[in-house]
Design a protein around this ligand. Structure first.
Ligand code: NAD
Ligand code: TDX
Length: 339
């Protein structure tokens, strides 16, 4: 079995590669990644010399290169994690989101069709459903919930999802889509809520909470997401969408307070800052379909997962200190200067 994993030098893609190489030592995994600011080759250090693993630096929008790779590798499956993934960046500059997330997705699927690749999986997000009100805890996103996006990021992901379903219906490409809730765990880029709060707290820097901190996200440990994708690849029904989430809703402010407590830091570091434009209130996945049809259930409880994650950041300072010392500095100054 040969699997092309795009975006494998990023957070979830790298965790997926580790999981698959460990679980299926006979599989060949080929990672394609452009190594944007969010992709880090040092993340793949532990597998780079594994004979079953190969890294190719390429842009998923570069048709010529993608065609060459697909023709040469002839993978059985393509799993697309590659994306611009940060909502705040999409508000500043939507263009690259449209390019990578939509154009890149079509480039990969065109290559699948051209070279007879049998199976394509799109890694998508619960953000395509928009948000839910805080006063209706009985409401959840199902696979039938209409797409209703808020940010340029989520709109680009929804556009890609529609394109994937169109390639299934129009060309018969064998596709599946998974829409997951917020992930957390090792190798999470420190611009996202949980790793940002961990590294800022460790550096005794202020902890910027948007708005009143009451927004709710449904958190899933990254390995549980990887397990769900593995099950969909092996048992999922072609043409179907699967929601992935673990009924673990938490308010942002409670997450930040928990991180302070775990690290023994004072809550006075918490600073309420200007809200994100168009900020979604609540995400909550109904995971019944993947549970009933494919038997997937999350295995890591949040209390355990957050401890593992904090421990990882304490033990892997070099990984995030390298990021903080580079180009990311400029982003941080720009984004948080006037908040
Ligand atoms: P990430 O930003 O950490 O990683 C993205 C990776 O894609 C990086 O390695 C980057 O270099 C690469 N990349 C970006 N543009 C590329 C291009 N044009 N060509 C090739 N590679 C490119 O993102 P993540 O958090 O790991 O998210 C992975 C996927 O999962 C994304 O599609 C995202 O929409 C989706 N998702 C993320 C979450 C989450 O909580 N992080 C939740 C649900 C879904
Ligand atoms: O500094 C911050 N302060 C803050 O209050 C940051 C970075 C975030 N927040 C809030 C905004 C959100 O309500 O925390 C919540 C989580 O924010 P992010 O980590 O940026 O994640 P989110 O916007 O929920 O999107 C994430 O989950 C779905 C991923 O980044 C997406 O790629 C995924 O599709």
């Amino acid at each position: 079995m040969k699997i092309i994993v795009t975006g494998g030098a990023g957070f979830i893609g790298s965790n997926f590669i580790f999981y698959m190489l460990e679980k299926y030592p006979e599989y060949n995994i080929i990672c394609i990644d452009k190594l944007t600011y969010a992709g880090n080759l040092s993340t793949l250090k532990s597998v780079i010399n594994n004979p079953k693993f190969r890294f190719i630096k390429a842009d998923i929008c570069d048709r010529g290169t993608i065609d060459k790779v697909f023709e040469e590798v002839q993978p059985d499956i393509v799993v697309n994690f590659a994306a611009e993934s940060h909502v705040d960046r999409s508000i500043e500059d939507p263009g690259i989101f449209l390019k990578t997330n939509i154009w890149g997705t079509s480039t990969l699927m065109d290559a699948c069709l051209r070279f007879g690749i049998k199976r394509y999986h799109q890694v998508s997000t619960d953000e395509v459903y928009g948000d839910l009100p805080l006063d209706r805890p009985d409401l959840f996103f199902t696979e039938e919930t209409p797409l209703h996006t808020s940010s340029p990021y989520s709109s680009s992901k929804a556009g890609a999802d529609l394109l994937v379903l169109a390639y299934y219906r129009t060309y018969g490409l064998q596709v599946t889509i998974s829409r997951c809730s917020n992930n957390y765990g090792p190798y999470h880029f420190p611009e996202k809520l949980i790793p940002l709060m961990i590294v800022n707290a460790l550096n005794n820097k202020f902890l910027p909470v948007y708005g009143n901190g009451n927004n709710v996200r449904d958190w899933l440990y990254v390995e549980d997401h990887c397990k769900a994708i593995d099950i969909i690849l092996h048992q999922g029904k072609i043409g179907e969408v699967y929601n992935i989430g673990g009924h673990n809703e938490m308010r942002n402010i409670d997450i930040v307070k928990l991180i302070c407590k775990e690290l023994g830091k004072t809550e006075s570091l918490i600073t309420y800052v200007t809200d994100r434009k168009g900020h979604d209130m609540r995400y909550a996945i109904d995971p019944k379909k993947i549970h009933n049809e494919l038997g997937w259930l999350p295995e890591t409880r949040f209390t355990e997962g957050i401890k593992k994650t904090i421990k990882w950041y304490l033990e892997n300072r070099e990984w995030w200190e390298d990021i903080l010392s580079g180009e990311y500095q400029n982003y941080y100054k720009k984004m948080y200067k006037n908040k």
